[in-house]
Design a protein around this ligand. Sequence first.
Ligand SMILES: Nc1ncnc2c1ncn2[C@@H]1O[C@H](COP(=O)(O)OP(=O)(O)OP(=O)(O)O)[C@@H](O)[C@H]1O
Length: 614
Amino acid sequence: MRAFKAPTNLLSQAFIVRPCLLIRRRSSSSSSSVLKICCSSFSGPSSHTFMDVFKEICKCCSRSRASVAIRNEQKSYTHAQLLHSALKISDLLCNNGKETMLEESIKESSSPSVHGIRKAGCLNGARVGIVAKPSAEFVAGLLGTWFSGGVAVPLALSYPEAELYHVMNDSDVSVLLSTEDHRELMENVAAKCAARFSLIPAIPNISVKMSEHGNSTIWNGNSAAHLGEETEDYKMAEDDDPALIIYTSGTTGKPKGVVHTHKSISAQVQMLTEAWGYTSHDQFLNCLPLHHVHGLFNALLAPLYAGSMVEFMPKFSVRGVWQRWRESYPVDGAKVDDAITVFTGVPTIYSRLLQGYEAMDPELQAMSASAARQLRLMMCGSSALPYPILKQWESVTGHRLLERYGMTEFVMALSNPLLGERKGGTVGKPLPGVEVKILAIDESEKATGEGELCVRSPSLFKEYWKRPEVTKESFIDGGFFKTGDTVKVDEDAYYIILGRTSADIMKVGGYKLSALEIEAVLLEHPDVLECCVLGLPDKIYGEAVTAIIVPDADVKRRRDQEFKPAMSLEELQEWSKDKLAPYKIPVRLYLWESLPRNAMGKVNKKELKKLLEK
Ligand SMILES: Nc1ncnc2c1ncn2[C@@H]1O[C@H](COP(=O)(O)OP(=O)(O)OP(=O)(O)O)[C@@H](O)[C@H]1O
């Protein structure tokens, strides 16, 4: 079945069309008509939280056996399978880990509804920690938490112990959901935090069901549809209720819990779907962690909302990504059924993919580039995309990366356009529904120029968990959130991120300099692989422009043989002379083997400064 082409200005429209359903959107329009394409059970608009929409997708798509929502490790999971597991998890959460009549009810789809057994919304806002690698189990854990009226706290497997306990204790997690592979460790963690441990049951995948049962028993249309209808028994949380706590990266201080509501999640997934044209034809390759907004919203929740398929690659692999694209678009130009169409990553991912590309032989390079060209969309964000990477990526794959700007507190706010000019070095303009202001140093507000970016958006978070004072200080009049990022606006009204005011803006002899601007220039040096610029205390100038450089491996090897450093400060300064104003040229240089990056590829400059100031 072909999808309808969605109107481009959907926020002002009442409807979105998917292959098997058409949902009336939250809109100021008073018209209440709802068109139905093939879903006869969807009876009209109510409040459309992410969960409302997901339930509708399940109800409709469960009738079509081909509705794969998640793929992972060569296994496929339908919407109905996810929903079934989510209800099962909700059952466990609401009944202290004991299974109840859910299975019975599913087997006998004509049996009376299990209404009441799961004590709808039983968790009443309790926090549920979810520790699972990106997988169908993670998704089911999240949905199951929401079906139970809980607040999901995605936790990273990579957290150092201290950070894991900080997040668990700070958010008062009372139940910890995890999978069999982490059971032993997480049972211990839960015990130490006085939380209950609950196991996310393994989710049967399509291939298992098909081979075991042929025409499948549990997943036949009737029981799947029954499942969908059964979700009606769950009184979902109200729009304004907390749904999710995401902890910030901690670039500017100790990680804070950012509370998102069902309403803010819903607003965000609608916004992204519309801005970037996500549809049910899209298949995402997601290799990002799910405890940060990029991987969770841009590459999972919004695609699920749009009816797209999400394939996880839990451990990012350069070779694996190129290979997956080549499999999607074999060299004869054909596109396979499960071809990846959308990819989103952080700048480090693209720079590593380029390194991998350079190491391929010419034949493999040609196949890889040709495959990558055929994806519909490639996006980048979470930190500044160096211009040389943008240019190189474009020359290899033909894709000008769509760069956008976001933050845990409002998810995404500024974006280059899907159609229209994507300007390198900028993050585009406000997404539909987002309003921005610039706060000058004297706290005066302006619409343009340079200063601190403030954002008001339907996707704004509700509060910092248990930090009312910090929450209050983070807003200015009119409900605009102070991002802490310094920005400027160019002649075409595109926004340029100059960086975190507290970490990237240096004050050198009376000048205010952006570390990101200097990094962008240094990265053009042919011998520089990676770099980080920061201001270290200086008695005369206030701060000294300091560059930490990771030299290109070949250059380093060659210079090592000559018993010379890969680069000297004098060489760097000489090269920079006609590219940077004199006061922007680094006066200190460190050569490192690599830069310490977190799960999102970010460098914590505050930590680095502390280290170098010692
Ligand atoms: N395209 C981009 N270009 C430049 N910077 C970006 C871009 N996208 C995001 N950022 C940076 O990432 C920040 C948001 O990331 P996140 O919410 O994880 O916070 P953090 O700064 O890493 O951590 P914390 O809030 O704990 O200090 C933004 O405020 C901005 O500084």
